[in-house]
Design a protein around this ligand. Structure first.
Ligand code: G4P
Length: 511
């Protein structure tokens, strides 16, 4: 049962085609009928409309955070959970954290642009956790760079073996179709819009120069190796056009055949297997209600093991006493419905009033704690300036709350008064200011800080003490009291690393 789930995300730079591909994936996926849903339909329908009413009244939007679709592949029904990674102006730590909840990712690259900055950042986060990656080189219906150039760029820039699984027969105006190496068939454009409507020919009749290219591509790169892919060392590469529907079916097929089913998750020294009977999971994202009159939040739990049933009691690690999960939300392609059951790999939305925090473990017996959910070094650091100096206590409370929720990270400098907040995306700062004002009645402004990034410090105590003596002006504590080196530039980090080889300057911190 559990091995029929594929929980994945799409990583890409804005405009590469993530939205278009998502739509096409959902279109190809059939209607969702999970076991147990049929008999519960009446209740589920009522509950669903209640939920949507609440959502409207209170301005919560969880739409498209998680999309589920199903497809029958080689006689087996596979359930795909696609987790959205906000990738545009709202790029934030949420985006990174979502990648801690997936078992694999699709990396979409624009054939004219190759690897772009955001693709690369997101890729690095995947690499941290050895998340296997399938690559789609998109927009082959337009003029792009040569396939070889793109393959080499992925290999060189990301230090990853590439294994092409198909080849575009021409690009742009010359585009004649896609040659699938596995079947030897060419999928061809049809109709006025030149879309892919399902026509393939086996006895591929393609111009000689393209046939030669395809052969070169097949012999010139490593063969697909499942183990290397699953370890994150090799990426199979597909070509296609999300817009024209080319290569989409092959991509779904590839996820079904190669992408790992729910993986065991680290909990200290242990690995918690999806086969474990006990229901366990972890919170990777909390979405707060934007209406200040309601403190409701939706916590997104990635289920790791067991079979979840509605009404079940789970104990959050941060709380210690069990909560009954009466109105969990499962996410479907079109609607959200109240979940009756969920399996490892599924995502469950749990409405709560702030009891659940990012990084919390939930379990039936409260006997494990998932680890490896990292905080990421912020890329934007700002000093928080209070407009009313008597509100220091409220500000501290608010910053602690919001950092626990994962909206921002907060750093308290060892010298000097004002707190520093760190984020990976600009939008987080806007959210911070508006929530400070609306929810905590604290008016604050953000000012430039002299720091560019932060690194968590680890090492032998005497070396830390020594470092502290000389660099106190660049040290701060995060909300857990852990020591952080505030760097003025990336160069500063490199310099200190070299000067202090016994100390680790870590760009991530595990919770
Ligand atoms: P994103 O979510 O990664 O930011 O990208 P999105 O899917 O929104 O696509 C960005 C633009 O690229 C869109 O055009 C979209 O139609 C186009 N696009 C996506 N896939 C393909 C493809 O395979 N081939 C071609 N030729 N274009 C593609 P737009 O003009 O910005 O938006 P719209 O006016 O089409 O909505």
């Amino acid at each position: 049962m559990t091995n029929s789930r594929r929980t994945f995300a799409i990583i890409s730079h804005p405009d590469a085609g993530k939205t278009t591909l998502t739509e096409k994936l959902l279109l190809q996926g059939g209607a969702i009928h999970l076991a147990g849903e049929v008999k519960a339909r009446g209740a589920a329908r009522r509950a669903r409309s209640d939920w949507m009413k609440i959502e409207q009244q209170r301005g919560i939007s969880v739409t498209s955070s998680v999309m589920t679709f199903e497809k029958e592949i080689e006689g087996e029904t596979i359930t795909f959970n696609l987790l959205d990674t906000p990738g545009h102006e709202d790029f934030s730590e949420d985006t990174y954290r979502t990648l801690t909840a997936v078992d694999s990712a699709i990396m979409v690259i624009d054939a004219a642009k190759g690897i772009e900055p955001q693709t690369r950042k997101l890729f690095e986060v995947c690499r941290l956790r050895s998340v296997p990656i399938i690559t789609l080189i998109n927009k082959v219906d337009r003029e792009g760079r040569s396939g070889f150039e793109l393959l080499d760029e992925v290999a060189d820039m990301l230090a990853l073996d590439v294994s092409p699984q198909m080849w575009p027969v021409g690009m742009g105006g010359l585009f004649e179709g896609l040659l699938d190496f596995r079947s030897g068939e060419v999928a061809r454009p049809e109709g006025d819009s030149k879309e892919y409507l399902g026509k393939r020919d086996g006895d591929a009749d393609i111009p000689e120069n393209f046939a030669e290219e395809a052969e070169l591509a097949q012999v010139g790169y490593p063969e697909f190796d499942l183990e290397a892919y699953r370890n994150g060392d090799l990426t199979p590469v597909y070509f296609g056009s999300a817009l024209k529907n080319f290569g989409v079916e092959e991509l779904i097929d590839a996820i079904a055949r190669h992408a790992p089913p729910p993986r065991p998750q680290p909990a200290g020294e242990d690995q918690i297997s999806p086969e474990r009977d006990e229901v366990t999971g972890f919170i990777f994202k909390v979405q707060a209600n934007m209406d200040p009159n309601h403190r409701d939040r939706i916590a997104f739990m990635r289920q790791v093991s067991g079979t979840f049933k509605r009404g079940m009691k789970l104990t959050p690690s941060g709380l210690g006493k069990p909560i009954a999960v009466h109105s969990p939300i499962l996410f479907f392609a079109q609607d959200r419905e109240i979940a009756d059951t969920a399996e490892p790999g599924d995502i469950i939305g749990i409405p709560n009033h702030g009891t659940l925090r990012v990084g919390d473990t939930l379990s039936e017996k409260n006997d494990i704690r998932f680890t490896g959910l990292p905080n990421f070094a912020p890329e934007i650091l700002r000093r928080v300036q209070l407009k009313d100096p008597t509100k220091t206590k409220q500000l501290r409370k608010a910053l602690d709350d919001l950092s626990e929720e994962g909206v921002i990270q907060v750093f308290y400098p060892e010298i000097g008064g004002s707190s520093i907040v760190g984020v990976v995306g600009q939008l987080q700062l806007d959210v911070l200011i508006s929530r400070l004002s609306a929810e905590y009645k604290v008016e604050a402004a953000l000012e430039a800080s002299p720091f560019a990034t932060a690194r968590w410090l680890k090492g032998p105590q005497d070396k830390i003490d020594e470092f502290e003596r000389f660099n106190q002006g660049s040290l701060a504590r995060d909300r857990d009291g852990d020591l952080v080196f505030m760097a003025k530039s990336p160069w500063d980090v490199g310099y200190q690393e070299e000067k202090n080889p016994e100390l680790a300057f870590s760009a991530t911190k595990e919770r």
